[in-house]
Design a protein around this ligand. Structure first.
Ligand SMILES: *Cc1c(COP(=O)(O)O)cnc(C)c1O
Length: 454
C-alpha cells in the first residue's frame, strides 16, 4: 500500500516514509491509495482480541513491515494499558461508552501515540538516524507524545507549552518524566505562540533537515490508522444488535475521521455524530454545507477548543470525489476568505451529523449521569453523551470516552458537588521532581535549546 497526498503534488510514499514525514511536502495530508475492504471477513475478525484485530487491520495498510514485527510492535504499544482489551465497553442505560482512557496518560491519544512511538523506534533502528520531535501542546497531546517515545535512544522529544496556561496536573504529567530524551519548555506566551513557533520551524526546510525534525500531531497517518481499530472492535462486538452508531467528542476531526474510515472499510458502522463544544464550526458545516472559521471560545472541554480542524481536509478529499484539484481550490478559498461551501453535504445527514453542546449542558450531563448510573464522565465525554441523546438510531449507540475524569478534577468535582475525580497515577505525580526549561517565544531560543540538549 502506498500513500498519496490530498493535494496531489507528492509522489506516493511507503508506509514508513509516511510515518516519518507526517505532513506531505506539498502541504497536504497523506491517505492510502485505496481503502481495504473487510466486509467479507467479519465473522473471522469478530471474536479476536483487540491486539490481534489491530495486527489484521495494520497488515492491510502496511506492506513494508513484516507481520511478525507488527505483532510485536502492537504488543509493546498496548502492554502499557491498564485494561487487557485496550478499549473496554461499558453500558450506560440504553447507550454504551467506549473507554479509550486506559493508557499511561489517561486520554485517548495514548492509543495512537503509544503505537507511533514504537513505530518511530522500529523504523529508525532499521534505517539508522535520529529524530528530534518538536510538539506544541495545550494539554493532552504533550504528555501522550512523551509517554510514547520516552526512553527511545534514537528519538528526542521537545514539547512547548504556554507558561501557566496548562492545567497543573497536565504540566506534571510532562515535567515529571525522568527520561533523558524528554525536554519540556514553558514558553512565555500563548498556545498560539507555541504553534506558530512549531510551524515556522517546520517551514524552514534547512532547519528541518539539519535538526531531523519530526512531528507527532494528528496529521500523522499512523495516528489515524491506529484509531480505526477501536471502531472496528466496538462495531464487531456490538454488531449482533444492529449496525453501530458512534458519537465522538471532536476537535481536530482525527478521531471521528478514523470512524469514517472504519465505516468505509466495511465494518458494521451506521451513523457518526460529531459532538462539538461551543466551537461549532463543524455543526454549522454539517447542517448548512458552509465551512466557516470563527473565533476560538474557551470551554470546560479544552482539548476541543479548536476552530479549524486539521484532519477535516482528509474528509473533504473524499467528499470532493478524491479530486486533488477541487480540494486545493477549496482549501485556498478557505485560507483566503475563511469560508468554503461544499454542495450536497447537508443533504446526507443519515451518515454524518453534528451538534454543539455548551458548558452548562456539559456540567448538567456529568451530574445527571453520575446520579442515575454512578458513572463519572469527563467534560469531553459528557459532550458525546449529551449529543447522543438528541439522535435516534436503530442499532446500538456508542459514546466515545476520550479522557478519564481525573484529568479534569476542577470541572468534574464542581459538577457533582463532591471530590470524586481522582486516579492513583495522577495522585502519584504530586511531589515528584520536575524538569522544565523556560523560553521566550522566539525561534532562535527554541533552536538554541534543542541544540544544547544532550
Ligand atoms: C484530543 C482530544 C479530543 C479531540 O480529538 P480530535 O481527534 O482532535 O477530534 C477530544 N477529547 C480529548 C480528551 C482529547 O484529548
Amino acid at each position: 500500500m502506498r500513500y498519496i497526498s490530498t493535494r496531489g503534488d507528492t509522489p506516493p510514499l511507503s508506509f514508513s516514509d509516511a510515518v516519518l514525514t507526517g505532513l506531505a511536502p506539498d502541504g497536504g495530508l497523506l491517505l492510502p491509495e485505496s481503502i481495504p475492504d473487510f466486509s467479507s471477513r467479519q465473522a473471522e475478525l469478530a471474536g479476536m482480541r483487540y491486539s490481534s484485530l489491530a495486527v489484521e487491520i495494520f497488515s492491510a495498510y502496511i506492506d513494508d513491515i513484516p507481520k511478525q514485527d507488527l505483532t510485536e510492535l502492537v504488543r509493546a504499544a498496548y502492554e502499557t494499558f491498564d485494561a487487557p482489551d485496550v478499549a473496554p465497553i461499558s453500558a450506560l442505560g440504553e447507550r454504551y461508552v467506549l473507554e479509550l482512557f486506559h493508557g499511561p496518560t489517561l486520554a485517548f491519544k495514548d492509543v495512537a501515540l503509544q503505537l507511533l512511538g514504537k513505530l518511530f523506534g522500529y523504523v529508525l533502528e532499521r534505517r539508522g538516524g535520529q529524530l528530534n520531535i518538536l510538539a506544541a501542546t495545550s494539554g493532552d497531546t504533550g504528555s501522550a507524545a512523551i509517554a510514547g517515545v520516552r526512553g527511545l535512544n534514537n528519538v528526542n522529544i521537545h514539547v512547548l507549552f504556554p507558561d501557566g496556561r496548562v492545567s497543573p496536573l497536565q504540566e506534571l504529567q510532562m515535567t515529571t518524566v525522568p527520561d533523558e530524551n524528554v525536554h519540556c519548555y514553558a514558553v512565555r506566551g500563548s498556545f498560539d505562540d507555541c504553534q506558530r513557533l512549531i510551524k515556522s520551524a517546520f517551514e524552514d526546510l534547512e532547519l528541518k533537515d539539519r535538526l531531523h525534525l519530526g512531528a507527532v500531531n494528528s496529521v500523522n497517518w499512523a495516528r489515524v490508522l491506529a484509531q480505526t481499530v477501536y471502531y472496528a472492535y466496538a462495531s464487531l462486538r456490538l454488531g449482533a444488535l444492529g449496525p453501530v452508531s458512534f458519537t465522538v467528542p471532536t476537535g481536530n476531526f482525527g478521531n471521528i475521521f478514523a470512524a469514517y474510515l472504519a465505516r468505509r472499510m466495511g465494518f458494521p458502522v451506521d451513523r457518526l455524530i460529531v459532538a462539538s463544544n461551543a466551537n461549532n464550526i463543524l455543526p454549522v458545516y454539517f447542517t448548512s454545507g458552509a465551512y466557516r472559521r470563527g473565533d476560538v471560545h474557551h470551554t470546560v472541554a479544552p482539548a476541543m477548543d479548536i476552530q479549524v480542524a486539521s484532519n477535516f481536509e482528509r474528509y473533504l478529499y473524499y467528499r470532493l470525489g478524491c479530486d486533488p484539484r477541487a480540494l486545493k481550490q477549496a482549501m485556498k478559498q478557505f485560507a483566503d476568505s475563511g469560508t468554503v461551501d461544499v454542495p450536497g453535504e447537508a443533504a446526507e445527514p443519515e451518515m454524518m451529523a453534528a451538534i454543539a453542546v455548551d458548558d452548562d449542558e456539559i456540567r448538567r450531563t456529568i451530574d445527571r449521569i453520575w446520579r442515575h448510573y454512578g458513572y463519572l464522565l469527563d467534560p469531553h465525554t459528557a459532550i458525546a453523551v449529551a449529543a447522543s441523546e438528541r439522535f435516534d438510531c436503530a442499532g446500538p449507540m456508542v459514546c466515545v470516552a476520550t479522557a478519564h475524569p481525573a484529568k479534569f478534577p476542577e470541572t468534574v468535582d464542581a459538577a457533582v458537588g463532591q471530590p470524586l475525580a481522582r486516579h492513583p497515577s495522577l495522585d502519584a505525580l504530586k511531589g515528584k521532581p520536575v524538569r522544565r526549561g523556560v523560553l521566550d517565544a522566539n525561534l532562535t531560543d527554541v533552536v538554541g535549546a534543542m541544540e544544547a540538549a544532550p
